[in-house]
Design a protein around this ligand. Structure first.
Ligand code: FAD
Length: 499
């Protein structure tokens, strides 16, 4: 019999409710799951772009995709467009999904590299449905009956309203027995013997005891930092942005199925199109820009009229030194923060929840389980960190002190190795629990101007004309498929428009 039965989740943002919903589904009614949230404190409410893995979370919970998009006024996302990152005036899309043809023995990009190195290829973005379709504001779901065609390879994620998403998951969790307690946690009680969390005490005086505590209290890290004091590893020397301003604006046509990230002189601006509005934000470094200038850059670069006042946020990039300590695991912003450049925070919540279930304690807390959980999660955070640093390091911009710093900064050794490996013969490998696949790294490296000197020797086996014919054929098939796709707005109107 498992003695760990009584679970207390502190916080009801995206992290709290994603945890509660997944636990309710996976653990069933014999566990007590309580979630405490404070309406007065509220949620951060800015995480509105995801990556394709969220479709797996929804599927595991049995959430219908159309219902989810209707409830969150969501839209589809095929990738992220990066504007002005390599150099001012340049743009490329990091698309999800495959590049090139199906099941080739040698990855397609090596054939593309050979053609490109001979000066006879189009930009890499012409060879994937996930990068061609969004430029034309086209969208459809992958067709299971079209395996082998680009239309069978479409990989999608979502944009959604964060407040509506938390509400949607709350409904799901409460229906499955999660009990919500409203109010502020004022005190955390630790056991004298071992420092484990015994209970939290609410402002009302109510004492909420538990066996297992999940800290979803956001950046304040109420349990993991303020109470257990695990410490924080600061990564701002590599990711110097520490402020954000968020503002919604009116929608404009066409409805693009992609997030856009536009680099400015000391940071970058996001554009996330939903069904009823566009979410915008400016992420910047306070060391290089003051808040007035950052706000005026954002407000002068909106596509529609602003529909609310801009909201200013501060953050410190890095991670908790331990994600799991004693009987408490941090999930969401309490576990660390990596800026939203590649929309990875919600994915990290998903992974944390899945991993907690994987390592779910049985009769007490096993140090070996906790150590492994922490080791795996650290690697996952570090690989994403390196992928984000790549975007800053790999710039040729020299038009501001911020970009001069980023271009010339020292980077983690593993990232340097990865860049050197790719620069030689276009090789790149995904390691272990790393989130981003080879094609993600390649699109960013090539998109920001890191062109390898060589390619895999097997791409030399066919003649140059054969390689060109193959590469051109892929481009033509992709273009034809994108032409045949419906407009994104039309697809939403047909399947999942909010009423
Ligand atoms: P919060 O939303 O802050 O929730 C904290 C909860 O804890 C709240 O319910 C609060 O009431 C409760 N709480 C706190 N203290 C107490 C207390 N004392 N008593 C009771 N309750 C308490 N992620 C993405 O994946 N994609 C994106 O596009 C993206 N964009 C972002 C942009 C910015 C500028 C920032 C800062 C983050 C972004 N993120 C993004 C990250 C994303 O917002 C978070 O990962 C996500 O919202 C989860 O937040 P959370 O639930 O951990 O914290």
């Amino acid at each position: 019999m498992n003695t760990i039965r009584n679970i207390v989740i502190v916080g009801g943002g995206t992290a709290g409710w994603m945890t509660a919903a997944a636990f309710a589904k996976a653990l069933g009614p014999t566990y007590s799951i309580r979630l405490i949230e404070s309406d007065e404190i509220g949620i951060i409410g800015v995480g509105e772009a995801s990556i394709p893995n969220l479709t797996e979370y929804n599927r595991a919970l049995g959430i219908d995709e159309d219902e989810f998009l209707r409830a969150t006024r969501g839209s589809f996302k095929l990738g992220i467009e990066f504007v002005n990152w390599g150099a001012v005036g340049e743009r490329y899309i990091h698309g999800f999904g495959k590049i090139g043809g199906a099941d080739e023995a040698l990855p397609f990009y090596h054939f593309w590299l050979r053609a490109a190195q001979a000066g006879r290829a189009e930009p890499l973005g012409e060879y994937s449905i996930n990068t061609v379709a969004p430029r034309q504001a086209k969208f459809m779901r992958a067709r299971a009956d079209m395996a082998g065609s680009p239309l069978g390879d479409i990989a999608h994620a979502y944009h959604f309203d964060a407040g509506l998403y938390a509400k949607f998951l709350r409904g799901f969790a409460e229906q499955r027995g999660v009990r919500r307690l409203e109010g502020k946690v004022q005190q955390v009680l630790l056991r004298d013997a071992d420092g484990f969390i015994e209970a939290v005490v609410m402002e009302s005086g109510e004492r909420v005891a538990g066996d297992f505590f999940i800290d979803c209290s956001g950046m304040r890290g109420l349990l993991i930092q303020q109470s257990l004091q695990v410490g924080y590893e600061d990564w701002s020397q590599w990711l110097p942005c520490d402020r954000a301003i968020a503002v919604p604006c009116e929608s404009v046509a066409p409805l693009l199925p992609m997030t856009r990230s536009t680099a400015h002189s000391a940071g970058w601006q996001w554009r996330i199109p939903l069904q009823h509005r566009i979410g915008n934000g400016h992420v910047y470094s306070s060391q290089y820009m003051d808040k007035q200038e950052a706000e005026s850059i954002l407000m002068n670069n909106l596509d529609g009229a602003a529909t609310a006042a801009p909201r200013h946020l501060s953050f410190r990039t890095g991670r908790a030194k331990k994600f799991w300590d004693r009987n408490c695991v941090a999930v969401g912003l309490s576990s660390g923060f990596l800026e939203p450049l590649e929309s990875t925070s919600i994915h990290l919540i998903h992974m944390s929840v899945a991993r907690i279930l994987d390592f779910f304690p049985r009769q007490g807390f096993e140090p070996a389980d906790i150590a492994e959980y922490n080791a795996l999660t650290s690697v996952e955070f570090e690989r994403i960190r390196d992928f984000l640093i790549l975007h800053y390091k790999l710039t040729r911009r020299d038009d501001s002190p911020f970009w001069n710093y980023c271009r010339t900064m020292e980077i983690p050794e593993g990232l340097q190795r990865k860049m050197d490996l790719f620069a030689a013969n276009g090789r790149t490998y995904r390691d272990g629990v790393e989130l981003f696949v080879e094609t993600s790294w390649i699109q960013v490296m090539v998109g920001q101007g890191l062109m390898p000197r060589g390619h895999h020797p097997f791409a030399d086996q066919p003649s140059e004309e054969e390689v060109l014919a193959h590469v051109n054929n892929v481009r033509q098939v992709v273009a034809k498929c994108a032409n045949a796709m419906p407009a994104h707005a039309e697809f939403i109107a047909r399947h999942c428009a909010a009423t």
